[in-house]
Structure formats: C-alpha cells, structure tokens
Design a protein around this ligand. Sequence first.
Ligand code: ATP
Ligand code: MG
Ligand code: MG
Length: 506
Amino acid sequence: MRRVMGIETEYGVVVPGDPAANPMLASGDVVTAYAASRGIRPARASWDYADEAPLRDARGFDMGRGDAHPSQLTDTEDPTLANVVLTNGARLYVDHAHPEYSSPEVTTPRAAVRWDRAGELVMREAVTRLATVPPGVNLYKNNTDGKGASYGTHENYLMARSTPFASVVKHLTPFFVARQVMCGSGRVGIGVDSRTPGYQIAQRSDFFEVEVGLETTLKRPIINTRDEPHAVADRYRRLHVIIGDANHADVANLLKMGSTSLVLAMIEADAVGADLSVRRPVATLHEISHDPSLQTKLELVDGRRMTAVELLWEYHDRAAAFAEERSGGQPDPDTAEVLHWWSTVLDRLGRDPMEARREVDWVAKLAVLEGYRERDGLAWSDPRLKAVDLQWSDVRADRGLAHRLAANGRLEVLVDDADVRAAVTTPPSDTRAWFRGACLARFSEAVVAASWDSVIFEVPGQRMLQRVPMLEPLRGTEAAVGQIVREAPDAAALLRALATAGTDAD
Ligand code: ATP
Ligand code: MG
Ligand code: MG
C-alpha cells in the first residue's frame, strides 16, 4: 500500500545575545550557508510571465506553465527569501522566519522517517559546522517556543481527487483527535503560552481552534483544506495535514505517517465502516492532550464513550482487516511493520503509558522530566523543566536529549544512522524526487529553478528556458529515467534524450 507522501518541518530558531540579530535573518543564514557549502545556487526569486501570474508563490518556487525567457527571472540578495532544492530532492527555505526542510516525495512511512531525519542532519550541519551562520544560533526540532508561538510540521499525502472531501473530514477528524496519544511529542506547560503549569501530550494541540479550514497559522483547523496538488489537479489532491508534531522517536514518526496513510486508504475505498465521529472535536483534542494518564473519555456522536486508545484500536482493527483483505492475507512488509507497531504501542499505552517510553516521544520525554522532578523535587512550574523540554529537541547530537537517548539505546531506532546520512544527498529512487535530485547533482549549473512538479534548465545557445514538467509524482523515477540521466554528458544532451525518449520525466 504505497502512497506518495512527504514531511515538512519548520525548525525553532534561537538567536541568543545580540539584540540586533533576528531570527528571520538567522534562518536565512542557515539556508544560504548550507546551500553554499554544498555548491547549490539558490533558485532565482521571481518568476513572472507577462501573460500569466505566478501560480502560487511570489518567491517563485512554484512556477507557471511553459517556457520563459531568462530575463523573466530575477536574482535576490535577500537571505530571508532563500529557497533551494537539495540533491536529495528536498526543499530548504525560510518560512515564517523559520528554516524549513520539506522532504522529497517518498512512498513508504519508513522512507518518510529516513528523509525527515536527513533534514535534521542538514540543520545540524548548518549550526555546528558552517562559519557563515552566526555563533550561538541554534535550531530545535519542536513546534512551539512555549511563549505562544507555534510553527508547523506538516504531513502531505497524495490522494485520489475523486474521494469526497466530506468523507476525509468525517473519518479523519476523530482519528486526529485521538492520534496524538501515539504520535504527540509532549511539552511542559498547558495553554498556548504555557501559562498553566503541567505536562501535556502534544506540542500543537492547544493551537487548534476550528474543525475545518484553509488557514495554517491563524485559527488553525484540525482538517486543513489547502489544495495545491503539485500534480495533475483533476486526478490528485495533496492532503495537507498540519496537526502533527515533529517527532524524534522513529516509531511515533512511522506511526504518524503509516497509520494516517492506512486510514486514508480506507477512506478512498469507502471502507472505514461505521461512523466514529466525536462530539466537540476541538475541545476534546485539548482535553486528550492535557491528560497523560490517558483516562479521558471522548464522546462519540452515537453516544458511546471511550478513551483515545480505545478509539485508535477501532481504527487499527479496521485497518488491519482492510489490509488483510486487500492483500489476500499477506500485507506488504511496510504495511505489516506499521500494523505491528500500531498494535504494540496501543497495547503498551493501554496497560501503562510509561511502557511506551521507547516508542513515543511524549512518554520518553515525560520519563526524563520525571527523573529530574524526583531527583531535584521540581514543581511543573520550575523553569528548569522548560529548559529540559527545549533541550530535548536540540538538533546537536551531543546536546539534544532525544539524540542522546537514541544513542544510548533507550529509544527504538528503525532507520540506521548510515541510511539517514546517505539520504542527505541521495534522493528516493521511486518518485519524481529522483529526477529532481539527480538533475541538481549532475547539472546544477544548468538548473535555474526547480519545484515539486518541474525542473527548469537554461541551456547555452538556447534563447528560451526549457521546462521539464513532472506532474506525475510516480514518474521520473530512477528506474524510468536513470539511464538517460546518467548517460547524458550535459543538460542539453539530457533534454534531447528526454525528448527522443518521448518522456518529460512525467
Ligand atoms: P507551507 O505549508 O510551508 O506553506 P507547502 O505545504 O505548500 O508549504 P512545501 O513546503 O513546498 O509545501 O512542501 C511540500 C511537501 O509535500 C514536501 O514534503 C513534498 O515532498 C510533498 N509533496 C509534494 N507534492 C506532493 C504530492 N503531489 N502529494 C503528496 N506530497 C507531495
Ligand atoms: Mg512548507
Ligand atoms: Mg505545508
């Protein structure tokens, strides 16, 4: 049950000391320094057509259709507009004053975890090794500054356009209300500004105010309706999920992507079964997050009352039966792995939440915090606990508590460090990210811009820029175009070979 998916992560940025230093500029420095260190030139900033407005983004990441004249591209000096594509097919840019890594498109939850962690190595490299990032600037893979600001970790799932969106809303809302107990990253403080002392399950939950909506930074909705497919629009939707936390625990990260993808598969097949809608979803989302004992009961529209763990068992059992039936009794290994961890984690959470400390971020973090609380007799209002919370998500290997726990064998690790390191420069082979990344690696001098659905070349001797469209996420794979890309001596030859082969990489 493969599905095209990707994770975007905005990193928290801390700029100590110098009041003149600002996080926006520091974020720009992170992106430009990293790009420079890898010899990647920033995508040019504005992409204007005389007769066609840019499709989406004034910064030019998403471009219009057709070829264009080079004079229509303008370079920018402003580091806060920094925006590059890496050789692994990811996008690295500044969003809302945060450096953001948007993973390349992958097709399995395990690959999503791998390329998400690669993003963390990118950020770590920038703050620990690059001289052009001011000393002291540091990055955190978390989702709130604890003072009222939140920044996102977004999941993206390719879906059939034909699936009624009402059905996505109906079946995904209760799932998202409950999902946090296995995927939340935990935080010290209750309320958006952490005003009330305490510990809660998810970083993001308090920031959600409505059930459905288009916004991502104000009045955040449980279900986000943003609809920019970056693909053939009448065939596909890119479901943009903004409610999740950034994960360090591989198992929680795998479950976040894998369980959601399975629920989506059931929704697409109209096979979820009986309605599991919950009453007061937004209020319940907050209540569940505020109760690490997991005893809080949510109330279904049909009158039943159950805990979040029990609701997730309902989804699990339906998904397991669905996967069995779909595969003739032999789910593929990736699906089997997701189902295995899904039931294992629910089992542990149901018996005693602390049993899931190797698999689930919020539990692992809580165990560490309880250690400090016991040792030093700290109340939840003690600022030292907030400091521990922040240090949990520090991207530096020697400082970040989650990294130290993983290195000491106290977190379940699903993807080897060596595979993660390789993913910093290698694209996934089985999506169009392969073509994008390979073009950046081999012909970067000729690539003037790249987006999710196209790569644009400037070839010597050609007056117009050449745009290679990639509107099918599952084309442009290594199997499809690997030989052509490898054998082409230069970009002009590549474009000729693609034309002859009758392929656009899509
Ligand atoms: P933001 O929310 O920061 O404004 P965004 O959601 O528009 O940005 P990007 O930051 O550009 O998007 O990241 C897009 C993510 O979606 C990437 O992780 C990418 O791999 C993934 N993606 C791109 N196209 C598709 C698609 N058709 N289906 C599913 N995922 C996709
Ligand atoms: Mg983004
Ligand atoms: Mg997004």
